[in-house]
Design a protein around this ligand. Structure first.
Ligand SMILES: NC(=O)c1ccc[n+]([C@@H]2O[C@H](COP(=O)([O-])OP(=O)(O)OC[C@H]3O[C@@H](n4cnc5c(N)ncnc54)[C@H](OP(=O)(O)O)[C@@H]3O)[C@@H](O)[C@H]2O)c1
Length: 377
């Protein structure tokens, strides 16, 4: 983990940060595997920097690593496994000999360069929203639908961060009792909007402490000491873009195209890790104790549910953890088929970098890391 990131996490968490190699998630041994040539598009961004750290944590077998960003970053260097690697400007010839290309530079760049990377033979794992809802492009969270990878054609989409975190928590409960309806409210951190938004929260907190005006450039309103409806545009159906993504992508992840989902997406002055308050209705009754046991046994989840000490999932504690934290698990007293619970997950990790690397690991593990072919996009 880069020094600045470790320091920031330690300030956030208030204790030395434990950088764990493995999570309770579906984990494969990466030792004794062939090594791969990787490209990271958007390597200097919030997700890109996390990709570097996750590849290190997982000891992913990397032969060559190409770091790509805008012309602004060309010539900068980033550290990977104690080596300094120069950042190159993203160009059409950047993908020669690349096995896996991780894209995290926004949907516009993905639309332009993903076809180029695939044409060059790379398997693309895309963090942007560009291709998530394209029918033949698998949208994958390995804890939910790893089998969707089997038919991949060289492009796999990583879901929206709030949908990924919600999905990890819902999956074991759905397997046991069949989802019927979900109501979810999010508490989304600044980091969901990228590195500049994290900086804006820090700058505003500092300005406030010094009695200076809080300047908002990335978000439409001050994010420090404030809470507001998610900053994406509100569509004609009255839901904002983030809420609509949560609905569509959760349905695709679970292959439940009609699943009723009612989301409310909110920004909160948290630096990193999203939280969600979830009410989930099932076809059959599920007690809180049963749900707790299912969640505790599920990959990629830590149950943090300690009423005696009033300790439940918190973004500070979830920051830096590959696992999604779930707690405050309660059965609705008016309906034994309905559960309420609270979730915190590091969306830069499970909602982006870790899920992307986990997809690559799963492809390798399932023998699907074959060269790309011309596909549906
Ligand atoms: N943040 C999250 O929690 C999260 C979660 C899931 C998915 N995502 C998705 O991941 C992507 C990146 O998000 P982020 O939060 O990492 O954003 P970010 O911190 O703003 O980083 C953006 C990255 O894109 C690069 N970039 C911008 N314009 C470019 C261009 N013209 N050519 C090449 N590279 C360019 C930037 O390079 P420079 O430094 O050179 O400008 C930077 O590396 C987005 O598609 C986002 O929707 C983010």
């Amino acid at each position: 983990m880069a020094k600045w990131q470790t320091r920031k996490l330690e300030v956030l968490v208030g204790k030395p940060v434990e950088v764990r190699l493995l999570s309770s998630a579906l984990s494969f041994s990466m030792a004794s595997l062939p090594s791969y040539n990787l490209a990271i598009v958007g390597a200097t961004g919030a997700v890109g920097l996390e990709l570097l750290r996750v590849l290190e944590r997982r000891q992913f077998p990397v032969r060559d690593l190409r770091l790509l960003a805008s012309a602004r970053s060309a010539g900068k260097t980033l550290t990977f496994q104690n080596r300094s690697i120069p950042v190159q400007q993203l160009t059409a010839d950047a993908f020669d000999d690349i096995d896996f290309a991780f894209f995290s530079a926004g949907a516009t760049r993905s639309r332009e360069y993903v076809p180029v990377a695939r044409q060059a033979g790379a398997i693309v794992i895309d963090n942007s929203s560009a291709f998530r809802m394209v029918p033949d492009v698998p949208l994958v969270v390995p804890e939910i639908n790893p089998e969707a990878l089997d038919a991949h054609q060289g492009l796999i989409a990583n879901p929206n961060c709030s949908a990924a975190i919600l999905g990890v928590a819902l999956a074991p409960l759905h397997r046991a009792a069949c989802l019927r309806r979900v109501v979810v409210s999010t508490y989304q951190s600044a980091s969901g909007a990228g590195a500049a938004a994290m900086q804006e929260l820090e700058d505003q907190a500092r300005a406030f402490a010094q009695g200076q005006p809080m300047v908002a450039k990335i978000f439409p309103h001050p994010i420090a000491f404030n809470v507001f409806s998610h900053n994406t545009p509100v569509a004609a159906n009255g839901f904002n873009e983030e809420e609509n993504k949560m609905v569509e992508e959760t349905r695709k992840l679970f292959s439940l195209p009609e699943l009723p989902i009612l989301p409310t997406c909110i920004r909160v002055p948290v630096l990193r890790a999203h939280s969600e308050s979830v009410t989930a209705e099932f076809a059959s009754p599920l007690s809180a104790a049963e749900a707790r046991a299912l969640l505790a046994a599920a990959p990629g989840i830590k149950v943090i549910d300690d009423p005696e000490n009033n300790t439940f999932p918190m973004p500070l504690r979830a920051s830096g953890d590959l696992d999604v934290h779930v707690g405050r698990i309660r059965q609705d007293p008016s309906d034994p088929r309905t559960l309420a619970f609270f979730v915190s997950g590091d969306q830069l990790l499970k909602g982006a970098a870790w899920n992307a690397v986990q997809i690559a690991e799963t492809l390798i593990h399932r023998g699907l890391a074959r060269k790309s072919s011309a596909g549906p996009v």
